[in-house]
Design a protein around this ligand. Structure first.
Ligand SMILES: *[C@@H]1O[C@H](CO)[C@@H](O)[C@H](O)[C@H]1NC(C)=O
Ligand SMILES: *[C@@H]1O[C@H](CO)[C@@H](O)[C@H](O)[C@H]1NC(C)=O
Ligand SMILES: *[C@@H]1O[C@H](CO)[C@@H](O)[C@H](O)[C@H]1NC(C)=O
Ligand SMILES: *[C@@H]1O[C@H](CO)[C@@H](O)[C@H](O)[C@H]1NC(C)=O
Ligand SMILES: *[C@@H]1O[C@H](CO)[C@@H](O)[C@H](O)[C@H]1NC(C)=O
Length: 407
């Protein structure tokens, strides 16, 4: 575990993102019923072109499969100028394009493709924040590309490490913010003799200010946590160390990744619920985004070179990924119950199942990283690519929410 950093600063982030997959552990907690989480339909008086009854009613958007769709992707690397280099797979030599020709088909309804005009109408005058790690950022980048077909965003702010970033759509007065956080709660990396150790202390009763200080201005929040929890972590509450993940320390219980992830998410959602000066009335939790390393881990030659999706029967719902997603669902449900009393709404972008079927959607070797040649990125997602469906989901959820919350 000590030798996690053969790569240095610019690579550290990337490196750490992959490390998780060496240390997967399963937490044997029960999954919850999917149906509790469905958002109720809006009143029939509101009409949304393209969004039929099925989608607005009791259709579970997240249970389904991928079907061929020759319309391809809604944007390309020439129509969207903000695709980050590491996700611009075609630029780095990916030559198969079939992976673009699929759409998600929920079992009981049709999920419309993202409509940027309708979205920007909804979003007028609002601020949407993405809170999370580099995969949250990947999601934001997809939304940015989808929207840039209608309006070119202004690059309004970028901090020195490019962690917090603000994009602004002047003609719709819409602001998109990415707030980078590893753990949602406050985390500190242990330093050993002045260098990073890869071991973290997490303070479950202290929210990471990197995002919480900006929370009050946000109208809508999409929050996620995941990949940073797969490393040695000591969990603290007010009383001190209460457990760990991969710490291998006498007298400290290792509760596993799921436990840490769940408690951090719980703290974050509680914080949102208890934040009196926060505008945020709708919070969506994006569930675990699975990686697809095959024939090895990220650092032992693991790759992901499939060129098409899997079917429903080919994914494993007893897997650790699904377990993590179930833990997240439980926390969302708790926050939803609590939020109901406080006029705050919580929903879910339950992408896990759909993405488990997309081993073909990652950059793999085509991510253009000169320093890590030979390593495959099977964590993030190519753009364009299947990650764009996250925004189809988002749009559909927004429309469902529209009857409860005026935009
Ligand atoms: C766009 O993708 C094509 C392959 O489809 C690639 O040849 C080209 O370099 C890419 N252009 C940019 C600007 O990334
Ligand atoms: C820190 O550096 C000192 C002096 O170089 C060395 O003796 C010690 O073993 C180092 N500690 C760790 C944990 O690497
Ligand atoms: C672990 O706990 C036991 C019993 O409380 C104690 O005797 C022992 O010293 C502890 N070990 C460490 C390394 O703290
Ligand atoms: C994936 O890579 C392996 C090993 O290089 C190769 O045998 C296999 O044919 C590749 N699959 C595809 C679909 O390219
Ligand atoms: C599903 O995943 C679990 C946990 O990793 C494993 O024990 C089981 O063998 C897998 N099932 C299949 C069909 O691959």
């Amino acid at each position: 575990m000590g030798k996690l950093s053969p790569f240095f600063m610019p690579l550290l982030l990337v490196t750490l993102i992959f490390v998780p997959f060496l240390f997967y552990s399963i937490n044997p907690l029960n999954p919850i019923s999917r149906h509790v989480l469905l958002i109720k339909p809006p009143s029939p008086s509101i009409s949304f072109p393209g969004y039929n009854d099925g989608i607005l009613k009791e259709c579970d958007l997240f249970e389904g499969h991928w079907v061929p769709d020759l319309h391809g992707s809604p944007y390309t690397n020439s129509s969207c100028t903000t695709i980050p280099d590491s996700k611009n797979c075609f630029r780095h030599g990916r030559s198969d394009t079939d992976f673009l020709n699929w759409r998600w088909k929920p079992k009981q309804c049709v999920l419309p493709r993202f409509d940027p005009n309708m979205f920007l109408e909804f979003a007028k005058g609002k601020k949407l924040g993405f809170v999370g790690d580099s995969v949250a950022r990947n999601h934001m980048e997809s939304l940015l590309c989808l929207l840039s077909k209608v309006e070119t965003p202004k690059d309004e702010y970028k901090d020195s490490e490019d962690r917090k970033r603000i994009w602004y759509f002047p003609s719709h007065d819409f602001t998109l913010i990415i707030l980078w956080t590893r753990f949602l709660v406050h985390g500190e990396e242990r330093m050993i003799n002045g260098s990073s150790s890869g071991t973290f202390d997490l303070y479950l009763n202290k929210i990471d200010e990197e995002w919480s200080k900006d929370l009050p201005v946000l109208d809508y929040v999409i929050i996620s946590d995941a990949h940073w929890f797969f490393r040695p972590i000591y969990l603290h509450d007010r009383t001190g160390v209460v457990g760990c993940v991969y710490c291998n320390t006498p007298n400290v219980t290792d509760y596993g990744v799921g436990f840490a992830l769940k408690l951090a998410l719980r703290s974050a959602l509680k914080h949102i619920n208890n934040c009196k000066k926060c505008k945020a009335r709708v919070t969506l939790v994006r569930t675990f985004s699975p990686s697809h390393f095959e024939d090895g881990a990220w650092n032992t030659g693991g790759r992901c070179n499939k060129t098409g999706p899997l079917s429903e029967s080919e994914i494993n719902l007893s897997s650790p990924e699904w377990e993590l997603r179930s833990l997240q669902m439980e926390e969302i449900e708790k926050a939803r119950k609590e939020g109901g009393k406080l006029r705050k709404r919580f929903g879910v972008l339950d992408v896990t199942r759909a993405m488990m079927m997309r081993p073909d959607g990652h950059p793999g070797e085509f991510w253009g990283n000169k320093w890590m040649k030979g390593y495959n990125d099977c964590v993030h997602w190519c753009m364009p690519g299947p990650i764009d469906v996250w925004n189809d989901f988002f749009m559909a959820i927004l429309i469902r929410e529209a009857s409860f919350v005026s935009w």
